[in-house]
Write a protein that binds this ligand. Structure first.
Ligand code: FMN
Ligand code: ADP
Ligand code: MG
Length: 351
């Protein structure tokens, strides 16, 4: 047929896109037409493909699932597009984006299948290597996560070990102070030793609280003050002093915990020991608040008040030194009755 009488054939034969036509009326759809581009793509001669079903392009690594999709669509007379691995005559492979569609005659019966192939190996290879590298990345991340989990476990174990030793050592110091205070005849020395014992206990309580909490970096002052006041009230043995707690949860950096605890200890001890001489009942209010980036702790009593002219004791020195260390402010007011002390400390957020 010449080009004028068969323009479609001419176009198909010369098209840059590989094209085949299979006979739908003959069993197993043999190829009745293949253009030069198809031959160039697959490496076969025309006489090697005409009369055969196109499955000769498939090989051991062709995905059977995609072949099944083709079989199903062709059997149902539907068009389909798949991507599958095909083999050239020389055995080399390429990724084939295949489009197959039925062609019907005027009566509606399917007479041909039209197929067109395109080599999408570059795209497919890039896709596959992307999948592989993301899988590799995921394995790397999994490995790294496991390593970090192990490191964290080790760190936690170590912290607990250290915690245990510190607790034992604090206990040892407390025992020494207790023994010494029991053996001391001099009343003033005995009281001083008792005060030291209370300070060590306060630090021990901080320590226990810090390591009991999930967060080793933050210290909840409210929880601590609850423990401390009940310990101090118990050892003071004064049922006639009512202690009221109004504690807002304030988490401070762990580094601020011990100094804050010691300050609280001094102030609550003072109220318990000095504000209510035997026979005088009263109350002590302990309040915590967070105001913006500052932490406020108030300890107020309605006792006898600070006698003017009395020299500040060691407790006051401790409170002043530690407030300074915390870059905090100390405000002591004679409330008549009683004394009110407000400690304001900037709460730095740990990085
Ligand atoms: C027109 C036409 C073109 C086709 N072209 C290809 C092709 O390029 N590569 C391929 O692997 N299969 C191709 N096939 C699909 C196979 O010929 C066959 O239909 C498929 O393997 C499913 O049938 P089977 O499970 O009996 O093999 C084509 C099918 C038709 C009808
Ligand atoms: N809340 C208070 N109520 C009455 N007096 C207080 C109060 N706090 C402190 N004082 C008085 O201030 C003195 C100094 O206190 P402090 O420096 O803590 O030393 P210490 O408690 O060892 O005596 C106390 O001895 C006490 O007389
Ligand atoms: Mg004191």
């Amino acid at each position: 047929m010449d080009e004028v009488r068969d323009p479609f054939g001419t176009v198909m034969r010369g098209a840059r896109m590989p094209v085949v036509i299979a006979d739908a009326k003959v069993i197993d759809q043999p190829i009745i037409f293949a253009n030069d581009a198809f031959l160039a793509l697959t490496g076969y001669r025309r006489d090697e493909v005409i009369g055969r079903n196109c499955r000769f392009l498939q090989g051991p690594l062709t995905d059977p699932e995609q072949v099944a999709r083709l079989r199903q669509a062709i059997g149902a007379g539907e068009e389909i597009s798949v991507e599958l691995l095909n083999y050239r005559k020389d055995g080399s492979t390429f990724w084939n984006r295949l489009y197959v569609s039925p062609v019907a005659d005027e009566a509606g019966g399917i007479i041909y299948f039209f197929g067109s192939q395109s080599d999408v190996s570059d795209k497919k290879t890039a896709e596959l290597s992307l999948i592989r590298s993301s899988e590799g990345l995921r394995t790397d991340i999994d490995t790294r996560t496991r390593e970090l989990e192990r490191a964290l476990e080790q760190k936690t174990t170590l912290l607990h070990e250290v915690d245990h030793r510190v607790k034992n050592n604090l206990q040892l110091i407390s025992s020494l102070l207790l023994l010494q205070s029991r053996r001391t005849e001099d009343e003033r020395t005995r009281l001083a030793l008792r005060s030291m014992l209370e300070r060590v206990s306060a630090v021990a309580t901080v320590h226990r609280r810090l390591f009991q909490s999930d967060d080793l970096e933050r210290f909840d002052v409210a929880e601590f003050l609850r423990d401390l006041t009940s310990d101090l009230a118990a050892s003071a043995g004064r049922d006639d002093i009512r202690i009221r707690l109004d504690l807002e949860h304030v988490a401070v950096p762990a580094a601020q915990a011990a100094p804050l605890a010691l300050v609280a200890n001094e102030l609550i001890c003072n109220a318990l020991k000095h504000a209510f001489p035997a026979g005088r009942e009263g109350r002590i209010d302990v309040t915590t608040r967070q105001v913006e980036d500052r932490f406020l702790m108030t300890i107020a009593d309605d006792g006898v008040g600070r006698a003017t002219g009395r020299p500040a004791g060691f407790g006051t020195t401790i409170v002043q030194l530690l407030s300074q260390q915390l870059r905090g402010r100390l405000e002591i007011t004679d409330t008549q009755p009683g004394v009110k002390v407000v400690v304001t400390v900037p709460v730095s957020t740990p990085a």
